[in-house]
Ligand binder design. Structure first.
Ligand code: FES
Ligand SMILES: [Fe+2]
Length: 429
């Protein structure tokens, strides 16, 4: 393997049950360049949720796959993802994070666009020739935008397969999240923005890593044990599954923490018990007992390749992140909840959300410390070239504490980065 080449970064040895990743994948700027071109520009990436822009004119400006974009619901009711760059000379036409607007006016020379992207005002338009046609100069839409049950994705590959095909079996897991509400799920107002001095793929691994839970988050499990929870069951029962196209999930049926969707724990008090049981019964009436059990009693950490994580555990976190450098990423996270949830349940959910997953919670600071520690360790990449991700490789039914789910990610990543299997071909499960 040459420095700068994407070949040979992943060793996937089925025969002997060994899986290794060269640490250059986490440190080499050339790899990041290739990721921009072959991963982020070639996949569907999560842009936001329809509930964040419920009314005509509502918008959110953010970065998606390293591009500044505006998620906006036009006066016509349609959701668009517009590229946030003026067609005149390039300035970002939207400089607010969120709001409601009929128009976006560029601050540089005051060209004005409506909330459907059309160019509606050019100061001194009579100075332009006949050939200047402002109908051609509207804001440009992301090449592809599609939603699945409120989750809006964009792709910068115009020829990419449809979103549902891309999601493959991950779709069913999104359904398990969305079915928690009869009315529809919504992003709770407020965003967590934080960063880590670590490669973005370390956070992919960490977000679906059952192996690290007990050693890294000992403080949290000690805290749960103090409340009378059964902490030991979790390690044994969880499983891991490939969902096609690089997506993967870990599931834990015996979690020691409560789930606001109908999984009560003693720490929440007797008064809550009947309420959560009623909620569970309602799910069983709607979906049958097996599916109700999967929705309510099973926790899941879902990876939708390449950079969307849905942690449906003690609350639901939607998390996405993007690298700005090989050793630096920015992370955005939101809480997702049923629209019809009572204010009291919402408070419980948010407490749960912040206790473990918040940037100042029990989990996130520990994870940040561990991932930054890995990245610092990679300064030894020339002498210590490989990371080992072989755990459970020979097991027929992999566990959540194995590393199958990371192998699934890295295999797809390697195919894209080396172009050995192009985008748009669905992986056989
Ligand atoms: S760059 Fe936007 S109006 Fe000139
Ligand atoms: Fe963690």
């Amino acid at each position: 393997m040459e420095n700068g080449s994407p070949e040979g970064l992943v060793i996937d040895n089925h025969k002997d049950g060994l899986f290794r990743v060269n640490r250059r994948a986490f440190t080499d700027p050339h790899v990041l360049e290739l990721e921009r071109e072959r991963v982020f520009a070639q996949c569907w990436t999560y842009a936001g949720h329809e509930s964040e822009i419920p009314n005509p004119g509502d918008f959110r400006a953010r970065r998606v796959a390293d591009r500044p974009v505006i998620l906006v619901r036009g006066t016509d009711g349609q959701v668009r993802v517009l590229l946030n760059t003026c067609t005149h000379r390039g300035a970002q036409v939207c400089r607010e994070r969120s709001g409601n607007a009929k128009t976006f006016q560029c601050a540089y020379h005051a060209w004005t666009y409506n909330n459907q992207g059309e160019l509606v005002g050019v100061p001194g338009e009579d100075a332009y020739s006949e050939a200047f046609d402002r109908r051609e100069l509207g804001l440009v839409n992301a090449p592809r935008t599609e939603s699945y049950r409120g989750f809006i994705f964009v792709s910068f590959d115009p020829a990419i397969e449809g979103l549902v095909a891309y999601l493959a079996e991950a779709r069913e897991y999104l359904d398990l999240v969305c079915d928690q509400s009869e009315k529809g799920m919504e992003i709770i107002s407020g965003t967590q923005l934080y960063s880590m001095r670590a490669n973005w793929k370390l956070l992919v691994e960490n977000s679906i890593d059952g192996y690290h839970a007990l050693p890294t988050h000992r403080r949290y499990f000690d805290f749960l044990a103090d409340t009378g929870a059964n902490v030991q069951g979790m390690r044994i029962a969880g499983t891991a599954k490939s969902l096609g196209n690089g997506h993967a999930v870990i599931e834990n049926p015996e979690v020691p923490f409560g789930r606001p969707v109908a999984d009560w724990i003693p720490a929440w008090g007797e008064a809550k018990k009947a309420e959560l049981e009623a909620l569970y019964k309602k799910l069983a009436d709607r979906f049958g007992t097996e599916r109700a059990y999967n929705i309510a009693k099973v926790s899941r950490n879902l990876l939708i390749f390449p950079n969307l994580i849905i942690n449906d555990i003690m609350s639901i976190t939607v998390r996405t992140f993007f690298p700005l450098a090989p050793d630096y990423m920015e992370i955005t996270a939101w809480a997702l909840a049923p629209q019809e949830e009572s204010p009291e349940d919402r408070t419980l959910r948010l407490d749960n959300f912040l206790t473990f997953l918040g940037p100042g919670g029990f989990a996130t600071p520990d994870d940040v410390e561990m991932l930054e520690s890995c990245q610092r360790g990679y300064a030894n990449v020339r002498e210590v070239e490989w990371s080992d991700i072989s755990r459970g490789m020979k097991r027929k039914a992999p566990l959540a504490s194995d590393e199958l789910q990371m192998q699934v990610f890295w295999r797809r990543w390697n195919e894209l980065i080396t172009r050995s299997r192009p985008a748009r071909v669905r992986e056989a499960a």
